[in-house]
Design a protein around this ligand. Structure first.
Ligand code: HEC
Length: 178
C-alpha cells in the first residue's frame, strides 16, 4: 500500500513541476521579458550587397524592398544566378566575383520572398555593422536586453560589439541570423 502512496506522491510532484515549467517557459514568449533598447550611432560606410544593388541595379529594378515588382514569375535558382552575372557585366557595368554573385543571389531571394534580410560586414572590428533590406529591423539579443540597431541611409545598420544573437524582423516575419 505504501508503494502506491509513494507513486502517487511522485506523480503529484511531477504534475506540479510540469505546471510550473509550462507556465514559466511556454506561455510567456521569452523576448517579452527582454527589454528593448535603441542603439544610437551613425552606421559606418559599407560596400556590401545592398549598396551594390542600390548603386547598380535599382535604377532599372526598383528599390530593394520592392524590386522586380513587374516580374510576375521571376527566375529562380541557377537561372537567376546567370542573369545576375549577365546584368552585372552588361547594363550595370559592375562585374562581380563568384562570392559577390552568391551574396546577390541570397539578397535576391530575400527581395523576392519579402523576407527579413541583413548582411554583416566581416571587416568591421569595433562594431557589428552591415546592410539590410529597408523594412527589416535588426536586434542584438544579449539575453538581458534586445538592442535595436541604428539605421543610416535607409539600409546601413550598426550595433555595439557584444555577444548575443542577431534577430531580424520584417512585416511580422522573424529570423535568427546564423
Ligand atoms: C539598364 C537597365 C538595367 C540595369 C542597370 C540592370 N538590369 Fe537587370 N534587367 C533589365 C531588363 C530589361 C531585364 C529583362 C530582360 C529579359 O527578361 O530578357 C532584366 C532582368 C534581370 C533579371 C531577371 C529577372 C527575371 O526573373 O526574369 C535579373 C535577376 C536581373 N535583371 C538582375 C540585375 C542585377 C543584379 C542588376 C545590377 C547588377 C541589374 N539587373 C541591372 C534591365 C536592367
Amino acid at each position: 500500500m505504501s508503494g502506491m502512496k509513494e507513486a502517487l506522491g511522485v506523480l503529484i510532484c511531477v504534475g506540479i513541476l510540469s505546471y510550473v515549467l509550462i507556465t514559466q517557459f511556454n506561455q510567456v514568449p521569452v523576448e517579452q521579458n527582454v527589454p528593448v533598447v535603441a542603439f544610437e550611432a551613425t552606421a559606418p560606410d559599407t560596400a556590401g550587397p545592398v549598396s551594390y544593388f542600390v548603386n547598380n541595379c535599382s535604377r532599372c529594378h526598383g528599390p530593394a524592398d520592392n524590386a522586380y515588382a513587374e516580374f510576375t514569375k521571376p527566375r529562380r535558382g541557377e537561372e537567376m544566378k546567370k542573369f545576375i552575372v549577365l546584368m552585372a557585366d552588361g547594363p550595370a557595368l559592375a562585374p562581380i566575383d563568384p562570392a559577390g554573385v552568391e551574396m546577390q543571389y541570397h539578397l535576391h531571394n530575400a527581395m523576392l520572398d519579402k523576407a527579413p534580410y541583413a548582411w554583416i560586414d566581416p571587416t568591421q572590428t569595433d562594431l557589428i555593422a552591415g546592410e539590410l533590406i529597408e523594412g527589416t529591423t535588426v536586434y542584438l539579443n544579449t539575453g538581458t536586453e534586445r538592442i535595436k540597431a541604428a539605421i543610416t541611409d535607409d539600409y546601413r545598420f550598426v550595433l555595439p560589439k557584444r555577444n548575443g544573437t542577431i534577430e531580424l524582423e520584417r512585416d511580422g516575419k522573424k529570423q535568427v541570423l546564423k
